[in-house]
Design a protein around this ligand. Structure first.
Ligand SMILES: Cc1ncc(COP(=O)(O)O)c(C=O)c1O
Length: 379
């Protein structure tokens, strides 16, 4: 028997002032944006409380403790040896990727990525003045290495990888990553690997950090964060990790003020999470595993028209609703008739037509209620 992480009663959750809980009226159950409903990990809560009690609310000072904390976590978790000095704090993953794109591209250069994918992948290249090239996942929702090779042959400046992949929850295999690295080296494409969901790899899957692959460190850089796994998104802290002098030199070209733009509470909380938050993380993963099983059982029983592949990582479920016949955007059906809010599939790119993304980072009762409402909406 696992000891599941507790979730506060719905009335209490509705008192939260974060985006997930403030976007919809109270009769809607929100299973949208990637925030979790569990109480904070005690070491993180205590570190934040201590900072508040000490009026320790100034600018962040990430060096050297964030790098050391992340290096300890990465080595303990995955055997990935990171140089603490090669960990550079940034505001969040989005800011990290955009600053990297500004360094690696010139105006009009092309940035490739693989939809369906986290919607800001479509926003980051234009923010950095680049153009986009979409190389969709295969029908099996895996990297399409043949299509990536054809795309790389047109010489995009950068490929942005999502590992594990949001919204489909795939953990890319060492073979897939090795093939990607080989192509990047052959065609001279820089890879930015968004690894924000890495600590959320669920039982049954094994995660490979991209920079651990031979030859990767010369052509790739990773962006990491504690924010998804420990639910710290509002505190604003992520980090760029490099493994070679060439990539470190790229990070050295960041504008000088980037270092002042990371949240102090984000740094404090991330250090606590990476250093003392691993037992809680393991309990979280066991809880999410149970929730994944529960969701599968309920979908089979109540919504047999929905197809899905249980994710290998994350607390996000990518639901194929095309068989429900609710046109390209089934999210409206579930919201209007069921009062359940889900992320619309088309936000993740054209392959998301007919899909919704459901956030199961919550308690069993809420998943029970949400699937009952969805079933009544389909009716
Ligand atoms: C793949 C991916 N990258 C980045 C982010 C956002 O990270 P941040 O808030 O640190 O920009 C998310 C949030 O869910 C995500 O799923």
């Amino acid at each position: 028997m696992i000891r599941e992480l507790p979730v506060a009663p719905l009335a209490e959750l509705r008192g939260r002032r974060s985006a997930k809980w403030r976007t919809y009226p109270d009769d809607v159950l929100p299973l949208t944006v990637a925030e979790m409903d569990f109480a904070l990990a005690p070491p993180v809560r205590d570190a934040l409380r201590a900072a508040v009690d000490a009026s320790d609310t100034g600018y962040s000072a990430a060096v050297p403790r964030l790098g050391k904390a992340y290096a300890g976590f990465a080595e303990g978790r995955w055997g990935w040896r990171v140089d603490p000095g090669a960990v550079t704090a940034v505001t969040d993953v989005g800011v990290g990727v955009v600053e990297l794109l500004r360094v690696f591209t010139r105006p009009g250069d092309v940035v490739a990525f693989s939809p369906p994918v986290y919607p800001p992948f479509f926003h980051w290249p234009p923010e950095a003045g680049a153009r986009m090239l979409e190389v969709p996942l295969t029908g099996e929702l895996r990297l399409d290495l043949g299509a990536i090779e054809s795309a790389f042959a047109t010489h995009p400046a950068v490929y942005v990888l999502c590992n594990p992949h949001n919204p489909v929850g795939q953990v890319h295999t060492p073979d897939e990553l090795a093939a990607l690295v080989r192509l990047a080296r052959v065609y001279g494409v820089t890879v930015i690997s968004d690894e924000i969901h890495a600590p959320l790899v669920l039982p049954g899957a094994t995660y490979t950090p991209l920079l651990t692959l031979p030859g990767a460190a010369e052509v790739a850089v990773s962006v990491v964060s504690a924010s998804k796994a420990w639910n710290l998104a509002g505190l604003k802290c992520a980090a760029v990790v490099t493994g070679s002098p060439a990539m470190a030199a790229a990070v050295d070209r960041f504008p000088p003020d980037v270092r002042w733009r990371t949240g102090h509470f984000g740094v404090v909380a991330s250090i606590a999470a990476f250093t003392d938050g691993v037992p809680w993380l393991d309990r979280l993963l066991a809880t999410l595993d149970a929730r994944r099983t529960q969701l599968g059982d309920l979908l089979r029983e109540r919504l047999p028209g929905i197809r899905w592949r249980p994710p290998e990582a994350t607390y996000l479920a990518w639901l194929d609703c095309t068989a429900l016949g609710a046109d390209d955007e089934p999210r409206e059906l579930f919201l209007d008739r069921g009062r359940v809010a889900l992320e619309p599939g088309l936000r993740f790119g054209a392959p998301g037509a007919g899909h919704v993304r459901l956030n199961f980072g919550t308690g069993a009762e809420i998943i029970d209620e949400a699937t009952a409402r969805m079933a009544s909406a389909v009716g």
